[in-house]
Design a protein around this ligand. Sequence first.
Ligand SMILES: Cc1cc2nc3c(=O)[nH]c(=O)nc-3n(C[C@H](O)[C@H](O)[C@H](O)COP(=O)(O)OP(=O)(O)OC[C@H]3O[C@@H](n4cnc5c(N)ncnc54)[C@H](O)[C@@H]3O)c2cc1C
Length: 394
Amino acid sequence: MAATPVLKPDHAGSRRHFIFTDEHEQLRESIHSFVVKELRPHAEEWEETTFPDWVFQRMGELGFLGLTYPEEYGGQGGDYYCALVLAEEMTHANCGGLGMGIAVHTDMATPPIHLFGSDRQKQDYLVPSIKGEKIACLGITEPDAGSDVAGIKTRAVKDGDEYVINGSKTYITNGHRADFIVLVTKTDPDAGYDGFTLFIVDMDLPGVIREKKLQKMGMHASDTALLAFQDVRVPESAVLGQVGKGFYHIMWELQGERMIGAAGAVAAAQNVFDRTLQYAQERTAFGRPISKFQVTRHKFAEMATKIETARQLVYTTAWRFANGEYPVREISMAKLYASRIAVEVADECIQIHGGAGYMKEYNVERVWRDLRLNRIGAGTDEVMLEVIGKSYGL
Ligand SMILES: Cc1cc2nc3c(=O)[nH]c(=O)nc-3n(C[C@H](O)[C@H](O)[C@H](O)COP(=O)(O)OP(=O)(O)OC[C@H]3O[C@@H](n4cnc5c(N)ncnc54)[C@H](O)[C@@H]3O)c2cc1C
């Protein structure tokens, strides 16, 4: 008589998440293999030098800079989840600044051109950006206004059929290498939220000054600029979207920026978790692998639970986003939670590595330094909490 099979639960789920299809997994494999072969070997060098511009050209050739853009502009016509796949796989370069420089180009500066741009602007800026022939940056933050976007001072004043721009922007990623900037300005200081206008400004125009490369705590492979605009003249055709509606346009942009930041943070946390797991199984103390101490096992359990929770929040929010919702509350939650847990995970991984975690050689301290930005950039933790709190009418 055949023995009755014993029904046992699985130790862990193994199915991929339902938002991803076979096509996404193929894309993931091809980006992963490119990142590991062509980018990761340079990570140490680029920490010193910042990453070179050829990365944009190469990624353009491979079609990775236009994954979600329509084919008529040279894009791949993929869905929103393709952008998540790119953000996740870029973390395998072990070079946070590189991932950020690319994300600013693909998911922060160019989406407003796709959504709000004229056909001429799409031909002149989106098409070459997708090819990797032009590099983009995004200018919101100023020396006197970051979280308080409405407090910016950069002015664009109409003069005949031109606008004259004066002001400054700071902490601008890609600011030194960029060919153009998507610039947030005030066109009517008396009109409140209806007094802002976006412009696309060529960075080689007279009066655009790249003041200095800023030194940072992490993300060393990216360039970060202080920029000045002194009587920069642009034609009316440089207006991006509607005159006076720039504040709403940039609030739309920030949602995508936060989603991509959240996805990248979760993936980076998973990578450092995986590497630390291996380290804990190999490193011995008191005659046993450190992974065999209950305290270490519990650290991994806590980290894994946080990462999985953040991932579910990001994927479910991405699913809403991909299905046409504009869920500011959930995007803010995903950005806040993913950024926080990623920093906590990186910090715990340093602890599990002991002294090695403090050494550059193991690349754990760098992950922590790089990820620390996520709690500040694209809206601080405190700003996310304000947005979430206010969404309840408080
Ligand atoms: C490496 C790096 C790259 C960046 N790249 C870009 C870029 O490419 N383009 C760009 O435009 N910007 C960029 N930024 C800027 C970034 O988005 C801002 O630094 C961020 O939005 C915070 O603004 P702030 O630095 O002016 O801080 P502040 O606004 O001065 O905030 C200081 C502190 O006050 C808190 N605070 C402010 N307002 C409130 C409030 N209402 N309630 C409670 N607390 C509050 C903040 O949370 C924070 O803790 C980058 C920044 C860095 C560090």
